[in-house]
Design a protein around this ligand. Structure first.
Ligand code: NAP
Ligand code: FE
Length: 366
């Protein structure tokens, strides 16, 4: 008998070329004034910011722009963005960019909606609502446009941590043309982040028949992009597939959460500046080798078009060149930190021992 499960995906997804222009009438449903949250450069270069501001002007929606978001955004930036949003009395937020601006948009939305809240309240036990968030992704990786999660760098705890609130964007507008000028390394790292979401979600204790169907479709899309990622040849049709794979990955982890590769990868990003997707990718082969559900692991490899785990390992090693020097002592410290991250551990369907985490790190990195 199948176990009980829930499935919910409250974000409306619109996909297509020039989708911001095609769907311009949706913005006014959320109010008269928007805060645009984005990174320092890319949205100006890839045309997404121009497309958006043109449409907002046509629709008579006022806007302010907060374009200071950095990679792996610190909580402090959410507070700074919220201050502007409160002063400008914005009704809703539009995040444009990779996962960093989209996550920041969610944190800023919570802090605007709860004007007394401070950055520490991003982790408060009391769940808080956000003002509406619209998400326009320009990387194909995090799937943040369809998840309730937002990850902030927490310097006090020397790590990255998901906030405690649940903010699904109301709308996700997906246009693969914004990905066209993405540098190869960003395309690859973000693509492997999406792959990690799909794999971790498919193997999760919280997977269900619907999230599995999404994950399998995501793996099929990955197979279609596999050679292009290897050769770094990114035609529009490949960008479209990467974008959809990423959104499917987001829809999977919205149900299942992520597990060991994400939980273990955060330390590599915080202490060694390894990009998020690369950090997950470095750990994937060993994680799959450790997973007990061999049938599911075989399904993953089959759908990806990989003969076995060694082929996957060779593929990822070529794709993710990484020269870090990491000591045994560091691995012990990261292992301690992962083993105390109960929230992530419970997403793995079986008991995880200290030595399992240690071995995944060691076999992946030393
Ligand atoms: P990112 O940190 O948002 O951006 C990485 C770099 O790519 C930045 O330099 C950015 O430039 C640039 N960039 C973005 N779009 C571009 C484009 N179209 N063309 C050229 N360059 C572009 O990267 P990300 O991997 O998408 O996001 C990573 C963050 O998301 C991490 O903090 C991770 O923990 C989080 N995450 C969230 C979820 C979730 O469910 N919410 C899931 C997984 C990961 P600019 O700064 O100039 O824009
Ligand atoms: Fe991720």
């Amino acid at each position: 008998m199948m176990e009980d499960f829930n499935y919910s995906m409250p974000t409306k997804i619109f996909y297509g070329e020039n989708i911001v222009e095609k769907k311009k009438d949706i913005f006014k449903e959320f109010g008269k004034k928007a805060l645009i949250v984005t990174g320092k450069n890319s949205a100006k270069k890839n045309g997404s910011l121009d497309d958006l501001t043109k449409v907002l002007k046509e629709e008579n929606i006022e806007y302010s722009i907060f374009d200071k978001i950095e990679e792996n955004p610190p909580m402090e930036l959410a507070e700074e963005g919220a201050k502007i949003g409160k002063e400008e009395k914005v009704d809703f937020i539009i995040g444009i960019g990779g996962g960093s601006p989209l996550d920041s948009a969610k944190g800023i939305g919570v802090l605007i909606n709860n004007p007394q809240a401070k950055k520490e309240d991003l982790y408060s036990k009391t769940l808080m609502e956000s003002i509406p968030v619209i998400a326009i992704p320009t990387t194909a990786g995090t799937g943040s446009e369809v998840t309730q999660y937002a990850i902030f760098t927490n310097h006090k705890e020397k790590t990255k941590k998901g906030f405690s609130h649940k903010v699904f964007p109301k709308i996700a507008l997906l246009d693969a043309k914004y990905l066209m000028a993405t540098p190869d390394n960003v395309t690859i790292n973000t693509g492997i982040d999406a792959l990690s979401h799909i794999i971790e979600g498919y193997l999760s204790a919280n997977a269900n028949i619907i999230s599995d169907a999404l994950a399998k479709q995501g793996l099929t899309l990955f197979k279609a992009c596999k050679d292009a990622l290897y050769k770094k040849e990114f035609a529009y049709e490949i960008r479209e597939k990467l974008m959809l794979m990423s959104t499917l990955g987001g829809m999977v982890i919205a149900q299942s959460g992520t597990s060991l590769p994400h939980g273990m990868g955060y330390a590599l990003t915080y202490f060694h500046k390894i990009p998020h997707g690369m950090a997950n990718g470095l750990l994937l082969k060993e994680y799959l080798g450790f997973c007990e559900d061999k049938e599911k692991v075989d399904t993953i490899l089959n759908l990806m078009g990989m003969r076995d785990l060694n082929e996957l390992g060779d593929y990822l090693r070529t794709l993710l060149p990484c020269e870090i020097c990491i000591s045994n002592e560091e691995i012990n410290n990261y292992t301690e930190s992962m083993i105390s991250n109960k929230a992530k551990l419970k997403n793995h369907p079986y008991e995880v021992k200290r030595e399992d985490v240690y071995n995944i790190y060691k076999n992946s990195l030393i």
